[in-house]
Design a protein around this ligand. Structure first.
Ligand code: FAQ
Length: 316
């Protein structure tokens, strides 16, 4: 078979909505794009454990602590499914982590903002997990099989996370005046960074065209952002809070909410490493990697011993 016919077969599969599997032929750029997106997604889950991890010891009740602990563990699990999915494309986990630690790989801009009050746990669950679900539900139908299957499980857990975040916000909004203020303050700080999570506007998104053609992405950055704004406005009403955007209003003609200008300079500044917590996040990850070396070594030694024992018992 020529490269041309491999390409034709690949294109036909994409058009038929078949999944592409690890042993199938795929164009180099498709493989590269997937490695980039899946590894960045994995890094986001792992770095995303840090802002919430910051509040585990300070959760206001045992119930809240148990729920937050479980949520942060879930995010770690999501990172692991995603690293495994990326490994099927021919990159090792060590290589991906090296790219994260050296600052070469990106992770979601949102995790470079500080979590200063308990209400931030509500805002992250409600808005950040809410935005993540909006982006990830279509990824359950993404063209690369291992990524799509990982996303099915991730989305189930993310919907629980979103609801627990909303419930924290609802409790605070119905609480004392001070608690309601805390909820509003969290919404004020997390709103704009949350809608930036969907990535640059379509006209400035270099990867979108090919990713849409390959059915890696099913909706554009702006389409998903709009869907998120539309559903979140309604949820904010239930909370009795106000979205910090004076230009937000229903547009009858479009059948969507119009929203104000996003500060893209702030977004790119954070993506380039200059956000409020970029340095701290990366240093914490690197320290965890270095200090966890003995765990990895012990696990490898244990696996080696087990394999040795198994080989001996099979030979006997
Ligand atoms: N932050 O051409 P596009 C979560 C970069 S998971 C940083 O539009 P693309 C769960 C982009 O990489 C959150 N960088 O790129 C959780 C590209 O740079 P590159 C993560 C960003 O890939 C909740 C450049 O800008 N979710 O939250 C961002 O077609 C709570 C140009 O952009 C995923 O990763 C950004 N926000 O579209 C965990 C979902 N946006 O790589 C803990 C999967 C863009 O060329 C607690 N990823 N960039 O150097 C995707 O769907 C896509 O990759 C997009 C970006 C939509 C994020």
């Amino acid at each position: 078979m020529t490269v041309h016919s491999f390409q034709e077969k690949f294109d036909e599969k994409i058009d038929r909505e078949d999944t592409i599997e690890p042993r199938d032929w795929m164009p180099d750029d498709y493989r590269k794009t997937l490695i980039r997106q899946i590894s960045q997604h994995a890094h986001s889950e792992i770095v995303g454990m840090l802002p919430e991890g910051n509040w585990i010891t300070r959760a206001p009740s045992l119930r809240r602590k148990a729920v937050l602990l479980a949520k942060v563990q879930d995010e770690g699990g999501h990172g692991l499914y995603l690293y495994s999915a990326a490994e099927t494309l021919g990159i090792t986990r060590d290589e991906m982590l090296e790219q994260l630690h050296s600052g070469k790989a990106k992770y979601s801009s949102i995790f470079n903002y500080p979590t200063t009050t308990w209400a931030d746990m509500g805002a992250i669950g409600w808005l950040v997990d809410g935005a993540a679900i909006m982006n990830q539900v279509p990824l359950c139908r993404t063209s690369y099989g291992p990524y799509a299957r990982a996303m099915v499980r991730v989305c189930k857990e993310e919907s629980f996370h979103q609801r627990q975040g909303f419930e924290i916000m609802l409790t605070l909004s119905n609480g004392t005046e001070e608690q309601k203020k805390m909820a509003q303050d969290a919404l004020n700080r997390w709103w704009w960074p949350s809608i930036m999570m969907f990535g640059p506007p379509d006209a400035e998104s270099p990867n979108s065209e090919s990713s849409m053609r390959w059915r890696i992405k099913r909706f554009s950055n702006d389409e998903l952002r709009q869907k998120f704004v539309d559903v979140t406005v309604e949820q904010t009403r239930i909370l009795g809070l106000e979205i910090p955007d004076k230009d937000l209003k229903w547009n009858e003609e479009r059948g969507h909410y119009d929203y104000g200008q996003i500060d893209w300079d702030e977004f790119w500044n954070v993506v380039k490493g200059n956000g409020p917590c970029n340095k701290e996040r990366l240093e914490t990850r690197k320290k965890a990697w270095e200090e966890g070396a003995w765990v990895r070594e012990a696990a490898l030694a244990h696996a080696g011993k087990r394999a040795e024992r198994k080989a001996k018992s099979e030979a006997a």
